[in-house]
Design a protein around this ligand. Structure first.
Ligand SMILES: [Zn+2]
Length: 185
């Protein structure tokens, strides 16, 4: 028996098996308490229900994601999406590249993407179109959460609305998330 069962399904008789994990016994019958696959153990005569692994989460419009800047084009930043908020430990089913159009960077005119993002920066963004994986960093908590000096790759430290390299003192600008440097999404 390998079919999926749901709570309440009868999966065996108690004269035949002992109730194992994910089951309970009621009036001579063994029933499932969880959704999963039934496994019977002939040796110790138990029947149990193994929980089914959740399928990986799909990106949806409105999701907050964390990713890495992989390319800066004229009007678009390409982002390799790594994680979805709320599913931090999970692989993403449709993991792919998202794109931030220059008009979705912040609530102000952006002339050049290079003043807002750097190569390999870690950013937090919102999915605004799940089909094309369009992302936005307009809101205050969105934008760059970790950036690296373009000269020596040292992680930059926030100084008000600019970022400074503790190694070479170079000052750089970004569309900084209010969560910059906190290591949280
Ligand atoms: Zn530097």
């Amino acid at each position: 028996m390998t079919d999926l069962v749901v709570p309440g399904d009868i999966i065996g008789a108690s004269e035949e098996y002992l109730p194992g994990d994910g089951t309970y016994e009621e009036r001579g019958k063994i029933l499932a308490t969880i959704t999963g696959k039934v496994e019977t153990d002939k040796k110790d005569r138990t029947v149990r229900v193994l929980p089914v692994m959740e399928t990986p989460p799909m990106l949806k419009t409105g999701d907050i994601v964390v990713g890495r800047v992989v390319d800066l084009k004229n009007a678009v930043v390409l982002v390799e999406i790594a994680r979805i908020k709320g599913h931090e430990n999970r692989e993403i089913a449709n993991a792919d590249q998202g794109a931030i159009h220059i008009s979705n960077v912040k609530d102000a005119y952006v002339a050049k993407l290079e003043t807002e993002f750097g190569q390999q920066d870690i950013i937090k963004a919102k999915v605004i179109d799940e089909k094309s994986l369009r992302l936005s960093t307009v809101e205050k908590d969105l934008g760059v959460i970790k950036a690296f000096c373009s000269r020596d790759r040292t992680p930059l430290v926030r100084k008000q609305n600019k970022l400074e390299c503790p190694s070479c003192e170079r000052i750089e600008t970004r569309k900084i998330s209010e969560d910059y440097g906190k290591g949280v999404i």
